[in-house]
Write a protein that binds this ligand. Structure first.
Ligand code: G1P
Length: 294
């Protein structure tokens, strides 16, 4: 049996080329959805899933992520002197939220490589991986849903979602058979095979891997064992496929809505929907949208 999942790894060393020019001098993880940076949504999801230990894999030009989760004395002082209690709480809550560790990925050599950089901080215990440009809105946090499956089977679990055929090549795609779980057969799958970014004609299904994983520590051995794959990068999907040789891997079609906030259109959709849901902004924003002659 594995110990409980306590740690979440956030790969954040990517170059964010899909969001240029905004990401030329700013990490994509810091792009704000309404008023919160993308990475904070992921960190809050981890905390709400009882995962307190956050490990962020950063690279060059990512220091604003570290500053964001650190204390900002000047700002706290200013807000305190101006008696802006609400804002002060907002700012303090972020630095009080968690203990964050950082590790550097010097070159962007792929998602598998980024995860491997966290191996010493993770140790030999199961852990979560969160890709913060996949923002997931769910009643039960997506990571929590995956942790429950992991605890039941004692195995790795990836989040799955059906995607249209013309988009499948942007993802890791699985070949999987449905598994009965608490009488339901429509959400849980045992994975037989997987391919990173297949051509549409070679995709084994329409089930794509979304950026939430619970991984057993043996994944580090698999990452070490594989050669570079799609795009010349060390792919996490290839490592999971290697792991499949002697460990089961499950896929779970999570309940909730996922936004691809690393993509310009996906980011806009998320911004509009999250703003509409906000108690302080939703009303006037809805009125504004209605006033547009679309
Ligand atoms: C990564 C993974 C891919 C997964 C995707 C989900 O790809 O490599 O398997 O389907 O995240 O968002 P990326 O989007 O970083 O190219």
């Amino acid at each position: 049996m594995y110990p409980k999942v306590r740690k979440a790894v956030f790969p954040a060393a990517g170059l964010g080329t899909r969001f240029l020019p905004a990401t030329k001098a700013q990490p994509k993880e810091m792009l704000p959805l309404v008023d919160k940076p993308l990475i904070q949504y992921g960190v809050e999801e981890a905390i709400q899933s009882s995962i307190q230990n956050i490990i962020i894999v950063t690279g060059r030009g990512k220091s604003s992520i570290e500053d964001h989760f650190d204390v900002n004395f000047e700002m706290e002082h200013l807000l305190e002197s101006k008696k802006k209690g609400d804002l002060l709480k907002l700012v303090r809550d972020i630095s009080d939220m968690i203990d964050v560790c950082y590790v550097r990925q010097k070159e962007a050599l792929g998602l598998g490589h980024a995860v491997l950089r966290a191996s010493e901080l993770v140790g030999r215990e199961p852990f979560a991986v969160v890709l913060s440009d996949d923002v997931i809105d769910a009643e039960i946090p997506c990571l929590r849903q995956l942790v429950d499956i992991h605890e039941f089977f004692g195995a790795s679990v990836v989040a799955l979602m059906e995607v249209p055929a013309d988009q499948i090549s942007a993802y890791g795609v699985v070949d999987a058979e449905p598994v009965d779980h608490h009488g339901a057969r429509d959400r849980l799958f045992r994975i037989r095979n997987m391919v990173e970014k297949p051509k549409p004609s070679e995709a084994p299904s329409n089930l794509a891997i979304i950026g939430r994983y619970i991984l057993v520590p043996e994944i580090f051995d698999s990452i070490n064992a594989i050669p570079p794959g799609a795009g010349g990068e060390i792919q996490l999907t290839d490592a999971l496929k290697h792991l499949l040789r002697n460990r089961p891997v499950y896929g779970y079609k999570f309940e909730g809505k996922r936004y691809d906030a690393g993509d310009k259109l996906g980011f806009l959709k998320a911004t509009v929907e999250f703003a509409l849901r906000r108690a302080d902004l939703g009303g006037p924003f809805r009125e504004y949208l209605k006033s547009l002659s679309l």
